[in-house]
Design a binder for this molecule. Sequence first.
Ligand code: NAD
Length: 289
Amino acid sequence: MNAETRQTVVVDGLALANEIRDELSEAVNRHVQAGRRAPRLAVVLVGDDPASASYIKGKQRACSRVGMDSEEHDLPGSASQQEIIDVVERLNADDRVDGILVQLPLPKGVDANAVTGAIDPEKDVDGLHAVNAGRLLLGLPCLTACTPLGIMKILECHKIPLEGAQAVVIGRSNIVGKPVSLLLQQKNATVTMCHSRTRDLRAECRRADVLVAAVGVPMLVKRDWVKPGAAVIDVGVSVVDGKLTGDVDTDAVQGVASIVTPHRRGVGPMTITMLLENTLQAYENRTGV
Ligand code: NAD
């Protein structure tokens, strides 16, 4: 097919997320019907950032829709690192809690690595603890960061071939860029990781059969950065003039990409769904059912 006339599929991340949530709901229901308690997620919110508060509410709503329990622990923005860690340690010791999530970013002066490092790795549903990150690196079973898991599900559901494919990931964060690069490599893709010091980003992107943009620079990826037929996953979330914008000029890549995730209803709903999946996995690992 001519590159200019290619039909680009706009991924419906919400529909896909809903399908997976139905399956999760059935799995939770089976546990409850068998007389067991429901899986429980504890979320910790520090400070009063409205975006963080809204993310936390969305995660709790998602839990309740699949029949999982959740609880919220709010601390003031003035809380010390040790006070946050004390809450995490209480949740580690609480046998009814299967997953612990500390909403990032944390206030200035708090070392996020120290806080996530205090979470029991078995309850680390964000997959940020060094034990889980290390196990991912070694290819061992682990709790894996939610956005990378969601990206892999999107690629799988759209039957994007990964074996031997050229995958380019822009961004090298611990929460998206690094783990998604490892997951793509596990599927036998040849992965190039790009970042703020990459010399010719456009040329790197042009080679990609699978392009993942996790940067936070609005509309960084233009039409002529995309190889015809490439699968383009836009992770970035920025607000420009009050409007949600991603790292990819999604309108411009229409007709070139094979699939593209939209700014809304793309990767976001899948991220929350993978948090639910991780919470169920943590519950099943911990309770041995
Ligand atoms: P981060 O800020 O930790 O990392 C950004 C990365 O981009 C860095 O590795 C940096 O080297 C690279 N970078 C910065 N400027 C660049 C440039 N001009 N060219 C090439 N590389 C550049 O970010 P993060 O936490 O990985 O998040 C990335 C984006 O994804 C943000 O917009 C964030 O809001 C969004 N995000 C979305 C979801 C979701 O569920 N939709 C989840 C996590 C993150």
